[in-house]
Design a protein around this ligand. Structure first.
Ligand code: AMP
Length: 369
């Protein structure tokens, strides 16, 4: 049997984990990344070149059964160009929606998905009008290119408008009402080629300085009605986008009502726990979906927590001494603020998980968790 070839646009840690999941399935991955020696180079051939470069795109896609991506910054035109010659899953439309916060929030609203009040801001006068419409406090965000909390300015009142515009003006913006949420959740869902949808249990995500630090899954206190709410949101988006692959929706839990914040048209940091903590990992699920294969069970195996290692890896021996802990080293050079790895810890009960997680969090405060 010929082994399928998946071309992956982007070769970071998500690509590396996709490539690792591909090996036991007998699937080959070839990656495109601008950085020579990017993390995915350890698990498959890497084409080095810009993600929008036609020659580089043709080289990575040559002979591939399907093209997918592990980074939503891939220029949508490049993905659309490839789609003429080979299936691109998820389709370029999903990329285009995910790349523009206004298009994203407009889609949420059109689909009847709860969303913070928002208004487009194109100039200084537009900011005034948006504050009138949305109220304060509010967050001004760049429509494109922001990630991990970058490109954002919090306005406590209309008096902050000048400062906000000075910080971000000059590019298309969106103003969003500040939601007094209780916690941040995400739903990671997959849609197969036949339209079947399967969702992992909702994940609870704690951020610091705009970067995800700790995910817990299933989210503490998760009950059927909340899970069903999250699944309905994911299902509507997946069907509307005629999506194939794994999609992540970041959510605010406001007193039990879920509001959508943003989507990532790919596997996601808040789904890394699925490698050890679910029947099927998000990476395998994505490969199954884009290859048109049956989806796997997304059920949790016990309870899991994932801690990102930011800036530096924690000492290996200390991590491995914690029962149920697994270390993932992305093979990246340490640098302040950079995700260089993660640790997942699993346990049979929420209490046992709490205890193991507490031990992990003492190992390298500031970098792990
Ligand atoms: P984002 O880049 O949109 O995911 O925003 C980064 C973080 O800022 C989120 O994870 C939230 O903690 C916070 N945030 C973003 N938008 C809002 C909002 N409308 N209301 C309250 N907090 C927000």
């Amino acid at each position: 049997m010929e082994s399928p070839l998946v071309a992956v646009l982007g070769g970071g840690q998500l690509g590396r984990m996709l490539g690792l999941a591909a090996i036991p399935l007998g699937v080959r991955c070839r990656f495109l990344d601008p950085v020579d020696g990017a993390p995915a180079a350890a698990v498959g051939p890497l084409v080095v070149g810009p993600l929008g470069d036609p020659g580089a795109l043709d080289a990575v896609a040559a002979g591939a059964d399907v093209v997918t991506y592990e980074w939503e910054g891939v220029p949508a035109e490049g993905a659309a160009r490839l789609a003429a010659g080979c299936p691109v899953r998820p389709g370029p439309d999903a990329l285009a929606v995910a790349q523009d916060r206004l298009a994203e929030k407009t889609a949420f609203r059109r689909l009847g998905i709860g969303v913070p009040e928002f208004a487009a801001v194109d100039d200084r006068a537009g900011l005034e009008a948006a504050i009138d419409a949305v109220g304060a406090p509010a967050i001004l965000k760049t429509r494109r290119g922001g990630y991990d909390g970058k490109g954002q300015f919090v306005l406590q009142s209309a008096a902050d408008a000048d400062a906000a515009f000075a910080a971000l003006g000059g590019e298309p913006l969106i103003l969003e009402a500040m939601v007094p949420f209780d916690r941040e959740l995400s739903v990671i869902a997959a849609r197969g080629l036949d339209g079947e949808v399967r969702c992992f249990p909702l994940v609870d995500n704690a951020h610091r300085d705009g970067i995800l630090r700790v995910s817990r899954a299933p989210a503490p206190g998760l009950h059927d009605a909340l899970q069903a709410q999250g699944e309905a949101i994911a299902h509507r988006l997946l069907d509307d986008l005629d999506y194939v692959g794994v999609l992540t929706v970041e959510l605010f839990d406001a007193a039990g009502t879920l509001l959508a914040n943003e989507i990532a048209p790919r596997v996601h940091n808040s789904g890394h726990w699925t490698i050890e903590g679910a029947e099927t990992s998000q990476f395998e699920q994505h490969l199954r979906a884009v290859l048109g294969w049956p989806l796997g069970s997304p059920a949790a195996r016990g309870h899991a927590a994932m801690c990102n290692a930011i800036g530096a890896l924690p000492p290996r021996d200390a991590v491995l001494a914690v029962a149920g802990a697994r270390l993932h080293d992305y093979g990246k050079a340490p640098r302040p603020g950079r995700k260089v790895g993660h640790v997942t810890v699993v346990a049979d009960s929420p209490d046992a998980l709490d205890e193991r997680l507490a031990r992990l969090l003492t190992i390298a405060p500031g970098t792990l968790g």
